[in-house]
Design a protein around this ligand. Structure first.
Ligand code: UD1
Ligand code: MN
Length: 446
């Protein structure tokens, strides 16, 4: 609109200038023809007429130069405005500041559900380009994906995993072929994102995930932590124990550190991929990444209230946990402005001391007494409580009775931090903590 206005102003000025030139020329060309000295005597009347004419021409010349100056001023102003406008910071996001969303797709046609939410909540196409990588050569899904990628100015691109050969799978693991394909696909897609496209970070989203409305805000707000705290290696949108009744719905802004790698909507940086890529495993990548050789004592940020939820009941792991846990995940429905919050409490240097103080100052209770408590906290000293475990079996029993996931991966319980699993139960914060300080995970615990 502003550009049209400028064009109109410039147009009128040009017309006005042309008109003035025209009048000037008429008087100084046509006029002077009359005024040109003629041969012979000149009458007094003619003389007066000539003088008047000369005066008018003079006046016109003055008007003309005033108008010309005024036009020049207006043009200068317009030029200045145009210059100021181009001086405004450009909305172009540099490659290293972009955080692409890598969607791993295979044969789920209802990947549309995942993509529609990713697009709906995306605050900027430039900042968060969506890269879909498709494995499996499933045509109906590819047709659906192409629709997104080919839509004009969609900020969505599609790449196909090119190696569709049958992977040589040990006979005993034939039924786990899917895990081999997934690991190969991850390797391709991450290499493509970091080494072909040259991004510096990525958020991985599998094709059966719903996201919360503050998904992007969550990753934007926590990005600086991932960058600045070398003891962090990922930010995940997932809470393994994020079931209804096990999370505090009044604390959507609450975030935690976790030694357990959650996956399922997670952000990593290129330097981590450069470290893992040379030894990337042929299968079961998520359990492999949780091994001490890979984790190297690093933690992830995870939310109290999940920012992703899986709808993929039928998948490679055949709904292993779906019926018991995954379908009860409480996807956050309140938007938190994470980029405006101070999240420095999550840096290891600040977090660990405070966390262990909270654990140690919590009132010690037994599993039986906790289970017998009412849903409403009446005694403030029981708002934060601690259960202590002395063995793997004891931990598992506690987890089972509270409805938490009871399994370990490389000796780390789901959501554990420094050996402590924390959850929300009957309106209170519960820490399930080992009996000794400086707990060391035992990879034999499974
Ligand atoms: C489970 C994990 C998943 C992990 C996977 C591999 C849960 C809820 N899910 O997969 O995070 O990545 O184990 O250890 O814990 N896919 C391919 N190629 C295939 C098959 C699947 O690329 O041949 C893709 C899918 O599009 C999807 C992802 O791999 O994005 C996971 O597949 P899915 O079928 O959902 O398996 P899960 O059982 O969820
Ligand atoms: Mn899945």
């Amino acid at each position: 609109m502003r550009l049209y206005a400028k064009k109109a102003v410039i147009g009128s000025l040009v017309c006005l200038t042309l008109w003035l030139i025209f009048t000037y020329v008429t008087f100084t060309a046509g006029g002077p023809l009359e005024a040109r000295p003629r041969e012979g005597p000149v009458s007094a009347e003619e003389d007066r007429f000539r003088n008047r004419l000369a005066e008018r021409v003079e006046q016109l010349e003055k008007d003309f130069s005033i108008q010309l100056q005024s036009n020049k001023n207006i043009l200068m102003e317009i030029k200045q405005k145009l210059l100021e406008e181009t001086d405004e910071p450009e909305q172009i996001v540099q490659l290293e500041d972009k955080i692409p969303i890598l969607v791993l797709a295979c044969n789920r046609v209802n990947v549309t559900r995942c993509l529609d939410l990713l697009i709906q909540y995306r605050p900027s196409k430039e900042k968060f380009p969506i890269i879909i990588s498709q494995d499996c050569n499933h045509e109906p899904t590819r047709i659906v994906l192409e629709r997104y990628a080919n839509a004009p100015d969609s900020g969505v691109s599609l790449v196909l995993q090119p190696d569709l050969t049958d992977i040589l799978v040990p006979p005993k693991e034939k039924k786990f072929r899917g895990y081999f394909n997934i690991a190969r696909h991850y390797r391709f897609a991450l290499n493509h994102t970091f080494h072909v496209l040259g991004y510096e970070s990525v958020i991985i989203v599998e094709d059966d995930l719903d996201i919360s409305s503050d998904f992007y805000e969550y990753f934007l707000g926590t990005y600086a932590l991932l960058k600045n705290d070398p003891t962090l290696w990922c930010v995940s949108a997932w809470n393994d124990n994020g079931k209804v009744g096990l999370v505090d719905p009044s604390k959507p802004e609450l975030l935690h550190r976790s030694d357990f790698f959650p996956g399922l909507g997670w952000m990593l940086r290129k330097q981590l991929w450069d470290e893992l890529q040379p030894k990337w495993p042929p299968a079961y990548w998520d359990d492999w990444i949780r091994k001490p050789e890979q984790r190297k004592d690093r933690a992830c940020i995870r939310p109290e209230l999940p920012r992703t939820k899986t709808f993929g009941k039928i998948g490679v792991s055949n709904g292993l946990f779906f019926e018991k846990y995954l379908k009860y995940i409480q996807l956050n429905d309140q938007s938190v402005p994470f980029t405006k919050l101070n999240l420095s409490y999550l840096m290891k240097s600040e977090y660990d001391k405070k966390f262990m103080m909270d654990v140690n100052s919590a009132t010690e209770v037994t599993l039986a007494s906790l289970r017998g408590m009412t849903d409403v906290v009446t005694d403030p000293s029981l708002a934060t409580v601690r259960l202590t475990y002395t063995s793997k079996e004891e931990y598992k029993k506690m987890a089972r009775h509270l409805g938490l996931m009871e399994d370990f991966r490389s000796g780390v319980g789901r959501t554990a931090y420094l050996g402590v699993v924390n959850c929300f139960y009957k309106g209170r914060r519960v820490y399930i903590a080992p009996d000794k300080p400086n707990f060391i995970y035992d990879p034999m615990w499974s």
